[in-house]
Ligand binder design. Structure first.
Ligand SMILES: C[S@@+](CC[C@H](N)C(=O)[O-])C[C@H]1O[C@@H](n2cnc3c(N)ncnc32)[C@H](O)[C@@H]1O
Length: 296
């Protein structure tokens, strides 16, 4: 059984990933030196390999006054299957999935793609990635890592560890509207647990000064009072995060793709960053082309 999530934006995200993975393995196979490297694809929030989009559809036959509106189920390929279908393939695939049921379904995908080298890791992505960054020999290995969380699960120290490898190209679905903007409360700085979560996402406390300004308010008694208020929109938040990525990665795409729901509200931003000094300029060029023209 596929798991349910997403909307049109899910397809948009996966289309970009697919294009990049296809370009990556062609480059690595065509280049004499790169062909000798152990190049991997790591899907850190892998899901099941497919997902199910369910929509209500009113058709001519449907009785619009009854609750009996037919449901249209659309089964779509998830990131793990998309990556496995890339030809030429990666040397190795690592799928990390915390949910044991979903990991079990990835096992079926592994059986289906028996000719591929596939590892399924049923644990927390943050702790596994930290160990993997430490234990891999980056002199002979390269990787594309896809971070596709539901919300704010990714810790900044993992982003730093990935950048330190100098061998990882990163695609990160940053939870711009679904998480970060919601925690940045409008009327004043967020409560401490939310503030801590934001700090672990950004890897700094600087978001406090970046997103909140003091305002002079007149109280009922005619006194002046200073209050902190949010002074940041989606664009400010995203640019702050892109700058944070630039503190650790060699190159970062300047045109992350904002993915919106059907009401046009930003949910996520698909970000790209490259850490290998030699490969980063080419990687950036391809990623920025795939992401689209608009520079944010
Ligand atoms: C948005 S879905 C991934 C969708 C998938 N990339 C695809 O395109 O088919 C996020 C997945 O991450 C898993 N997950 C959530 N927190 C996790 C964590 N800390 N470590 C590993 N997996 C996690 C969830 O169970 C869920 O399957």
């Amino acid at each position: 059984m596929a798991h349910q999530f997403g909307g049109e934006w899910t397809k948009e995200k996966l289309k970009r990933l697919q294009k990049y993975l296809a370009a990556y393995t062609i480059i690595f196979n065509n280049n004499e030196r790169a062909r000798k490297l152990h190049f991997m694809y790591v899907d850190a929030f892998a899901g099941t390999g497919s997902f199910q989009k369910t929509q209500s559809q009113v058709t001519d036959q449907a009785d619009i006054f009854s609750d009996n509106v037919p449901e249209v189920e659309e089964f779509l390929k998830g990131s793990a299957r998309i990556a496995l279908e890339i030809n030429p393939p990666f040397r190795e695939y690592i799928f990390i999935e915390r949910n044991p049921e979903y990991a079990q379904q990835l096992q079926q995908l592994k059986d289906e793609f028996a000719g591929h080298k596939i590892q399924i890791v049923n644990e927390d992505a943050n702790s596994y990635l930290l160990r993997w960054c430490e234990s891999t020999n980056w002199k002979t290995a390269r990787a594309v890592v896809f971070l596709d969380p539901y919300g704010m699960e990714v810790e900044w120290n993992v982003i730093e560890a990935l950048a330190r490898t100098e061998a990882v190209d990163l695609w990160y679905l940053f939870p711009l509207g679904i998480g970060v903007n919601r925690l940045l409360t409008r009327s004043g700085p967020p409560p401490e647990p939310w503030a801590e979560r934001l700090t672990r996402t950004f890897g700094t406390e600087d978001w406090r000064d970046a997103f909140y300004r003091s305002h002079q308010m007149l109280t009922l008694f005619g006194d002046d009072e200073t209050q902190l208020k949010k002074d940041a929109d989606f664009h400010d938040i995203l640019m702050f995060f892109v700058q944070r990525l630039r503190t650790v990665f060699v190159e970062v795409a300047s045109n992350p793709l904002i993915l919106r729901n059907s009401r046009n509200n930003p949910l996520y931003a698909l970000c790209f960053a490259a850490s290998n000094p030699r490969g980063a300029p080419t990687a950036l060029k391809i990623a920025e082309h795939i992401l689209g023209k608009k520079k944010t």
